[in-house]
Design a protein around this ligand. Structure first.
Ligand code: SF4
Ligand code: SF3
Length: 543
């Protein structure tokens, strides 16, 4: 077998990508990512066994976050960048090991590779299938993917100079546990739940980082049409990159548009002052292949989700930063002061055509926790007499598969007395439908990016208080979540930690859940898949 990856929802045949990733990841990239993760497991073992002071690790913590982020689906396809990161992390690992005497460590902490060929060979021994017991493998991967998502959110918070040592400590503990053969199924189940707990900590940290710097999201109409100036399209999740881009494009005659998960940036007060920040272009990540053609200008990927560009012309217009990367695309690194020079993107934009219009009008969003709480009275007044019968949390990811049409049909078929609470790129399946409002409350309330699923949990917890309930599950809230990549895994584990039960997950359950692990999730938390739209609408409304 040349490669094996089953970390995302679109994995080949619903079991695993073995020749090439459905995402476009080739064998080399897949293997190098496996080896990078393996190196991090070695580092974690050294930190945990050697009882190293996590605070004193400083930049090492940051490099661990970045390495994890690099391996998230659709973040980085650049073999060379991943190879360099492996070399860097091996050096860090060996430096840490030298601080400890009289201890033995496992292969992950000891292996040495000096060339790409050696890396690929080693990766074949270190991949997912190296663990033969399918339940242990399943739990180890579930924890690892949760940690990847956690690291991504923590990395964004770090860019805003917010950190929490507890998160780093857990990342080392969790990754070290995935190579500890003494841990049995029960130990790993406990650790899975702890992953969710720290997931909440990471999302809360990012929420605090974003809102303390950029203000609390507000209800905002976002233009989806275009102007006549040349434009730059910014995608991914990193708001600090957006801030720097907006500053550097001021007065240049170049407009800035958001794409996919960057759309919620428009909801933050701090970005409203830029009059060249004109709107959102296009839809969820997977539609970029056509949308980047018609955008005409350069595109900046701050994080996932990159789809391999089909033409040289489009590839030349793609730039990456942070953990993102694609071979042949210019990568913009920060300097020693943390600043990024987006000059080359701006220069390119000036010489290209303005975007071609693909839509007109606007969409509304900005319903994060602080904004919704200012509307709490209105919400309670609508719930009490039954004007709003039920809320549907439909946060998560979008994807390219036809089966995702379910979510559009589900939103359309929901009764008029229901409200959808959304976050993440899953929203694009229904955020442009004419679903109307209930007494001025739109029937789709978008809190923001996938990490803002945290906001939806905060809203649920506050409503529980307002209604004087003992249990979050007594609220008239149903969960029909669409997942794709590993950030959705940490969102799911975080919701489980908060006590949310009966979450429906689709369009398919993760391939990395073995039948026994899936059974634990079903029995303990009532996790379920999806069925047909009609039967699901009936089932949810009857609950
Ligand atoms: Fe396949 Fe998803 Fe892994 Fe890509 S990330 S190789 S599509 S399982
Ligand atoms: Fe979307 Fe990639 Fe997950 Fe942040 S942009 S939600 S899939």
């Amino acid at each position: 077998m040349s490669m094996f990856c089953y970390q995302c929802q679109e994995t080949a045949k619903g079991t695993g990508c073995q020749i090439k990733g459905v995402c476009g990841k080739n064998e080399e990239v897949a293997k190098l990512q496996d080896l990078l993760i393996y190196t991090l497991k070695g580092i974690s073992e050294i930190v945990v066994k050697g009882k190293l002071d996590v605070q004193s690790l400083g930049d090492i913590n940051h490099e661990v976050l970045k390495s994890l982020f690099i391996t998230i689906t659709n973040a980085n396809f650049d073999e060379e960048a991943i190879e360099n990161q492996i070399t860097k992390m091996m050096k860090i690992r060996d430096g840490l090991k030298n601080k400890i005497s009289g201890m033995t460590f496992s292969e992950a902490s000891n292996f040495q590779v000096f060339s790409r060929a050696e890396m690929l060979k080693k990766a074949s021994e270190a991949g997912v299938l190296s663990m033969k017991d399918e339940d242990i493998r399943s739990l180890r991967e579930l924890i690892t993917y949760g940690i990847k998502g956690m690291a991504a959110y923590t990395h964004h918070a770090l860019n805003l100079e917010k950190e929490n040592l507890e998160i780093y400590k857990f990342i080392y503990e969790g990754l070290a546990a995935t190579i500890n053969d003494d841990l049995k199924v029960n130990d790993l189940v406990t650790l899975t739940l702890k992953t969710g707990e720290l997931g909440v900590t990471a999302m809360a940290l990012l929420d605090e980082a974003n809102t303390s710097k950029y203000g609390n999201p507000e209800v905002t109409q976002v233009n989806i049409g275009v102007r006549n100036n040349p434009g730059i399209l910014i995608s991914g999740h990193d708001l600090t990159d957006l801030e720097q881009l907006l500053e550097q494009t001021k007065g240049t005659g170049v407009d800035v548009y958001t794409h996919s998960e960057m759309l919620p940036a428009h909801y933050y007060p701090a970005f409203k002052k830029y009059d060249h920040f004109v709107g959102n272009y296009g839809n969820a990540w997977w539609k970029q292949v056509g949308e980047f053609e018609s955008f005409n200008g350069p595109i900046l990927f701050t994080t996932n989700c990159i789809v391999p560009p089909k033409s040289e012309e489009v590839r030349n217009r793609i730039f990456t930063s942070g953990a993102a990367g694609y071979p042949g695309c210019t990568h913009i690194e920060k300097d020693s002061n943390g600043k990024k020079d987006f000059g080359p993107i701006i220069e390119m934009a000036k010489n290209l055509k303005a975007p071609t219009e693909i839509e007109t009008g606007s969409i509304v969003g900005g319903f994060a926790h602080a904004q919704v709480m200012t509307l709490a009275d209105k919400v309670v007044d609508a719930v009490k007499p039954g004007a709003i019968k039920k809320f549907f949390v439909m946060a998560g990811c979008d994807g390219r598969m036809k089966s995702r049409e379910y979510y559009t049909a589900f939103a359309e078929k929901l009764r008029k007395n229901t409200v959808i609470l959304t976050a993440g790129c899953a929203k694009y399946r229904y955020n442009k439908l004419p679903l109307g409002d209930i007494g001025g409350i739109p029937r789709v309330l978008d809190a923001g990016q996938c990490n803002d699923s945290y906001s939806l949990a905060v809203i649920a917890l506050k409503l529980k208080e307002v209604f004087g309930l003992d249990d979050i599950n007594q609220l008239p809230v149903a969960y029909n979540i669409a997942w794709y990549e590993q950030k959705a895994v940490i969102v799911l584990l975080a919701l489980l930690h908060l006590g949310v039960k009966n979450i429906h997950l689709g369009p398919t359950l993760p391939a990395f859940l073995s039948p026994n692990v899936a059974k634990v999730l079903v029995d303990t938390f009532g996790i379920a898949g999806i069925d047909t739209v009609d039967s699901d609408v009936e089932m949810f409304m009857a609950q």
